[in-house]
Design a protein around this ligand. Structure first.
Ligand code: GDP
Ligand code: IMO
Ligand code: MG
Length: 449
């Protein structure tokens, strides 16, 4: 039995989608379960099969080589025989999910094995509206308070979940409960929106919408506990797919510039129903340089041309550093080993997948932040006080770059010597073995060590 948690060690967009797809396919996973987040996510997957190894007479799948930008659909859909589940800790925007299913199918993806936990909470249109209104109110009070959320309603949905007024997917299938609950829900959402000048929410609209969602999603809504229990009993390989990274974890991130869910391996267990003791491997995904989208401190950030060089690196637009969900340019900087080391430790990472190593091909020299200087002292961790993080400056180790291309290299020994030395420097600085190097956006562009 092995459950493998794939989690972000940065501020999101580390390449979790690619790594989940690659690991699920190569280890023949039977279950891929997303444990947190919702429509705020954007996981890029470019699935591909090795044409040289196709059985005689069989063709490549319809999705082969296509670029999928997944928001709510799990990255397990390109693994034969695998069921993909949006787990109990996720929040689901039903209309966004249905539109995404249509998009994925149009690109040759098969969503017939995508299921939704009946415990997952529903992101209502009122949540999206509230997300935007709260951001505007923060900005009006002081521009620095704006968090730069994705405005997908994720924060308000988790807020209502914790406040125990939320609507769960399973509720859609319980007409009597809806009759009871929806009048209160419509009134309560109206009250919450009115505080920011939004709303009102009409009960009839909400009831019609719920009926439409129930009809469209009925066949996908399941008690994921039963599937997890079966998979564990069969000793199937399970992959737990994380959203965002430790830098924006609700407890461990740069609060308040965080998301509203737990992003670490502990949450992977708590929010999936896979017991802690069943998680035998934790793959921490880290990008070979650091990126962040949204507000908050970023100690190793660079600007201008230096940032553009990171942002535009790589052969195709799909891998350039622009948010998958919002299209915003991502902030870029040198590899922050202080934050990554802390994230690896908090997650109990058993290995690091170091993605986008190919994006660093051709740099003369590279920098790794090994410590911070804060108010005249050297520190080796990320302070809990976010204002202190903003005052911290990086203390870099300079390492040489490399000239030979690493692009699409599939074996560790074939990586340029400089790239291997860079991975070794990351490993030493983070205290965690680098188990994979990503060498391109596609599934097979991955060198296992
Ligand atoms: P996620 O949210 O963690 O799944 O990551 P995103 O998909 O938002 O962002 C990662 C970006 O890097 C995407 O554009 C991927 O296609 C790209 N990517 C992932 N791994 C690699 C890699 O090893 N090399 C290159 N060049 N691009 C990669
Ligand atoms: P993946 O899964 C990068 C950021 C937003 C904002 C903060 C809170 O692709 O890594 P939210 O909408 O969650 O309330 O926004 O978190 N953020 C992401 N940044 N990748 C994501 O997802 C993100 N999801 C949210 O920019 O700073
Ligand atoms: Mg992303």
């Amino acid at each position: 039995m092995s459950a493998i948690a794939v989690v972000g060690l940065g501020w999101g967009d580390e390449g979790k989608g690619k790594i989940v797809d690659a690991i699920a396919a190569s280890r023949h996973a039977r279950l891929v379960l997303r444990f947190n987040g919702g429509p705020n996510a954007g996981h890029t997957v470019v699935p591909e099969v090795d044409l040289a190894n196709l059985a005689p007479g069989s063709g490549a799948p319809a999705w082969n080589g296509n670029v999928f930008r997944l928001h709510q659909v799990p990255s397990g859909i390109f693994t034969p025989g695998c069921t993909s589940i949006c787990g109990p800790g996720t929040v689901i925007d039903p209309d966004g999910f249905l539109a995404e299913v249509a998009d994925v199918e149009s690109l040759g993806g098969d969503t017939s094995h995508v299921l939704l936990s009946d415990r997952a909470h529903i992101v209502l249109p009122a949540h999206r509206e509230r997300d935007a209104l709260i951001e505007a109110a923060r900005h009006a009070s002081s521009p620095g308070l704006q968090q730069g959320t994705t405005k997908r309603g994720v924060g308000p949905c988790y807020e209502d979940r914790a406040g125990r007024i939320g609507l769960r997917l399973g509720d859609l299938l319980d007409g009597a409960y809806l009759d009871d609950h929806l009048p209160f829900l419509a009134a309560e959402q109206t009250r919450r929106l009115a505080a920011y000048g939004g709303g009102p929410i009409a009960l009839d609209d909400l009831r019609d919408t719920c009926e439409r969602w129930a009809a469209a999603l009925r066949d996908r809504i399941v008690d994921s506990y039963l599937l997890v229990r079966e998979a564990l009993a069969r000793h199937d390989t399970i992959v737990l797919e994380g959203q965002l990274g430790a830098g924006r974890d609700i407890d461990w991130g740069i609060y308040p510039y965080v998301t509203s869910s737990g992003t670490t391996a502990g949450s992977a267990s708590a929010n999936s129903g896979v017991p802690v003791s069943a998680i035998t491997e934790v793959i921490g995904v880290a990008k070979a340089f650091s990126t962040s989208v949204g507000s908050g401190p970023f100690v190793t950030e660079v600007h201008g041309e230096a940032a553009a060089r990171f942002r535009e690196a790589g052969g195709s637009e799909t891998e350039h550093e622009y948010g998958v969900t919002t299209g915003r340019p991502r902030r870029c900087g040198w590899f922050d080993a202080v934050a990554t080391r802390q994230a690896a430790q908090l997650n109990g990472a058993t290995g690091i997948a170091l993605t986008k190593i190919d994006a660093l091909d051709g740099f003369d020299g590279l920098r790794i932040a090994e410590a911070y200087e804060l108010d005249g002292a050297v520190i080796d961790h990320v302070p809990s006080n976010t204002r202190a993080i903003a005052r911290a400056t990086p203390i870099y180790r300079d390492v040489p770059g490399w000239r030979n291309p690493s692009r699409n290299v599939r074996t560790w020994s074939a990586l340029p010597e400089g790239a291997r030395a860079y991975a070794a420097a990351v490993e030493t600085a983070c205290g965690t073995r680098v188990a994979y190097a990503g060498t391109g956006p596609t599934r097979l562009a991955l060198a296992a060590r």
